[in-house]
Design a protein around this ligand. Sequence first.
Ligand SMILES: Nc1ncnc2c1ncn2[C@@H]1O[C@H](COP(=O)(O)OP(=O)(O)O)[C@@H](O)[C@H]1O
Ligand SMILES: O=P(O)(O)OC[C@H]1O[C@](O)(COP(=O)(O)O)[C@@H](O)[C@@H]1O
Ligand SMILES: [Mg+2]
Length: 528
Amino acid sequence: MPSNIEEAGASGSIIGNDVTASYTTEAGTSGSIIAGDITGSKVERGVAGAILEDVPHLTDWLPTLQTYPNPLKHNPAYSAVKQYFVEDDDVVAKNIVVKISNPWEGLYFRRSGPRDKIYFDTKEVRACIVTCGGLCPGLNTVIREIVCALWNQYGVRDIFGIIGGYKGFYARNTSRLDPKIVNDIHKRGGTILGTSRGGHDTSKIVSSIEDRSINQVYIIGGDGTQKGADCIYEELRRHGMKVAVAGIPKTIDNDIDVIDKSFGFDTAVEEAQRAINAAHTEAESIENGIGLVKLMGRYSGYIAHYATLASRDVDCCLIPEVPFYLEGEGGLYDFVHHRLRENGHMVIVVAEGAGQELMAESLDLLNGSIDASGNRLLHDIGLWLCQKLKDHFADRKEILNIKYIDPTYMIRAIPSNAADNVYCTLLAHSAVHGAMAGYSGFTVGPVNGRHAYIPIHRVTEKQRCVNTSDRMWARLLSSTNQPGFLQYEKVMEAKRKKEASKFLKISDANDKRDSNNSTGQNGTSGVH
Ligand SMILES: Nc1ncnc2c1ncn2[C@@H]1O[C@H](COP(=O)(O)OP(=O)(O)O)[C@@H](O)[C@H]1O
Ligand SMILES: O=P(O)(O)OC[C@H]1O[C@](O)(COP(=O)(O)O)[C@@H](O)[C@@H]1O
Ligand SMILES: [Mg+2]
């Protein structure tokens, strides 16, 4: 047991909105639990400022649940592992760069992995798996590994696939899964279960879980999906049901907070290299060539950021976190002229969520449309930028050869690479061990390289974005030497003022013309 959590025995208190109760943790560790609400956070204070942000456990609402020995004890494949079971008080630190004066202070999560005792009779487990939201490389690998872990490690035989995302719970039949069915699905992109946006109806989903006697729910999806998973967990808990809900975070955009990185992200960055290489080859083969590549990233520009850093052929990377402008000093046009003069060609990578305000303003577009899940629908920044650059060069009667490559869906529809396959395996196994150990309402994921159980609300309360004031973004800037667009606000303000004065001049002129018309240009009445 690490010395950052208090030693066993003593009891603490739960302080909810109006709930105060004493507790002793399962492992006998002590501290105080401060709950945001009755079903909310489980926070345990340890020594020296260490705080364990724990995940819910079935015994929180079903205190007399029976336990069973973990069948892995007798699994020959694992017999050589010295310390196979994770101790109940093993934790993973959220921050590993610490001050030597107080190394323990900070947040910790429960370490993931198989437990000595489990809370399900494995013969009675009825598990289901659902995939929601956009595609991502590795979805099939996670499905495969959940099925195989349940089947081979725990002897579970009732495993169901929910077809077509959340709405499949109440609108479709389930499909039975076993290791044979999922045997080679990891070699294919997409998800064999299908997916969807929208259609999350908590009470219908919970009724379906109840009707089908499902007691383990594995939910693979992004921030929206995890919010939905949290609602399902809360509702099941309110019903007092013995159902474990495990979230496996999926997002090609890498925008899920707390975890190190989401699965499929590395595959996507690798695949993006092919588009960038093509853009570079095209650009350098013609006079004043620009290769423009659009990559995914609705609110977070991680794919564009890492694909740029990896490539070294990119001259400029535009992401949603850094608003850019075209005209004036420090603007994109200036930089493009400079780079073309210098090298004769250039490559621009733009994340799909970049420059949305700029484009909406310039085209007088509304920014309000959303998809079935409530995500903002984006305007095509790649096409718009292409046109703006073409117009700008045409106005100046200068040559420009621009090649626009939009590989967005190609990047997320492929199977995961080797590293992501291994990562997906660990995520799936973590989820299965966690559910078997009786945890619920948790998401799995690596935190500083070690896999942990994280309360779902922790990963959904904010979306992770590229931190443009850290060294990773600085590395990109120093490799591309692109403008920082730091004058964005000033330039946009000046532009707005110029537009407004142009508008005033036009309406003055119109007023003058109208009054001339009404008095009649030759002094006669305007009424005919
Ligand atoms: N706030 C929310 N509460 C409950 N369910 C949600 C919420 N946001 C999204 N969902 C559901 O989660 C699923 C996937 O969400 P979406 O945003 O499309 O993808 P992702 O999970 O990849 O972010 C959809 O079925 C959607 O209805
Ligand atoms: O066209 P679709 O399927 O709605 O997907 C587009 C969106 O999906 C994403 O790839 C990922 O979004 P999610 O993580 O919310 O599924 C975004 O980058 C992109 O804007
Ligand atoms: Mg999302």
